[in-house]
Design a protein around this ligand. Structure first.
Ligand code: KG4
Ligand code: ZN
Length: 337
């Protein structure tokens, strides 16, 4: 095959992700997660994540190579998440990538984590339409992007001004006594609830920007629950979960489709861990159908943080003839898109 074999390294949060692709063909996507170590703290502890990455790096790379049936000497390029993310966690991945690049004598590509979340969809659905709009929603980020070309130009239209969408799910889950990370539990509880039972606020819904705000909603849910508990009333968790979830996905899908309309774009991609949300998928599909927009959502294993997304973007950079990064490239926790 002519296409380069690219190994991608992702360590921006709690997942040590190693992906191997040839062009847009996925050969391995191996993940070691330190989530269990963070669960009892109710959130990711940066120091714990960094150490876990260090311990997991070599075995995860070896497992990915074995899974793909390739050797170190077959690798043509190394791609790594350079940011944004947790500084110490990123540093482990970037240091490893530099070492492998130098040791193997292959080029290094430092990539943006958000652009990688967009690029990964190509493994499942083929080349990205140009342009497309991308809605990225996870525990660490909530962004709307205009993507003329994922390898060359990604434009931020807006992002959250406070909590990320997944963070709001996790915090509300805690209020409802559900385990961490709470997104999947809220999703499940909401199935038997009524999303119109409680009218929770929709932050920034018609403010004319593509920014999001979820902290007011989170506080509103907490106050609602506290008030009921104080008066000894029992709360119906499924209704609270469904009503909260409806408020989040209403704003996300509405702004995503407003962006499609504003930029005359007919393809919407949704990525990040929250893209696994069943109601988000259903409402996005419904609103896209109405607006004549095609919807692309990668399967859950590609939506959450992983190494394949980094390898895919690396492969696109090689194909586009973009110059490799220098070995001096820093890990940048607030790397802009
Ligand atoms: O992309 P991801 O694995 O990691 C980052 O945060 O970057 O996303 C994890 C987030 C968590 O906040 C989790 O609660 C949320 O995605 N999540 C969900 C669902 N599955 C995961 N949120 C809502 N509904 C879900 N089904
Ligand atoms: Zn992510």
């Amino acid at each position: 095959a002519d296409e380069p074999l690219v190994l991608g390294i992702e360590t921006s949060c709690d997942e040590t992700g190693i992906g191997i692709v040839r062009g847009h063909t996925l050969l391995a996507n191996t993940i070691a997660s330190s989530m269990e170590e963070h669960a009892r703290f109710g959130g990711v502890v940066p120091e714990v994540a960094s150490r876990a990455h260090l311990e997991a790096m070599t075995p995860t790379i070896e497992a990915a190579l074995a899974g793909a049936g390739v050797k170190f000497s077959d690798i043509d390029a190394i791609a790594v998440t350079a940011g944004p993310g947790l500084a110490g966690a990123l540093l482990v991945g970037v240091a490893a990538a530099k070492a492998y690049s130098l040791g193997l004598g292959v080029p290094l590509y430092g990539v943006n984590h958000l652009a990688a979340h967009v690029a990964v969809d190509q493994l499942e659905h083929g080349p990205l339409p140009r342009p497309c709009i991308a809605l990225l929603v996870s525990g660490g980020h909530s962004s709307l992007l205009l993507v003329p070309d994922v390898a060359e130009e990604v434009i931020s239209l807006g992002s959250t001004v406070d909590d990320a969408a997944g963070e709001a799910f996790d915090k509300v889950a805690r209020v409802l006594g559900l385990p961490f990370p709470g997104g999947p539990y809220i999703d499940k509880a909401a199935v038997s609830g009524n999303g119109t039972a409680i009218a929770f606020p929709r932050g920034k819904i018609d403010d004319g920007t593509f920014d999001f705000s979820f902290s007011g909603l989170k506080t509103a849910v907490a106050r609602w629950v506290e008030a009921r508990e104080a008066s000894g009333e029992s709360i119906h968790v499924p209704d609270v979960a469904a009503s909260f979830q409806e408020a989040v996905v209403d704003v996300l899908t509405r702004k995503a489709l407003q962006a499609c309309k504003r930029y005359d774009v007919h393809d919407l991609l949704i990525g990040g861990g929250v893209a696994a949300n069943s109601r988000l998928r259903a409402l996005a599909q419904e609103r896209c159908d109405k607006a004549g927009v095609r919807l692309r959502v990668p399967r859950p294993g590609l939506c959450t943080d992983n190494g394949a997304m980094v390898a895919t973007l690396g492969s696109d950079l090689v194909a586009a003839g973009v110059a490799p990064s220098s070995l001096e490239i820093p890990a940048d926790s607030s790397l802009p898109i």
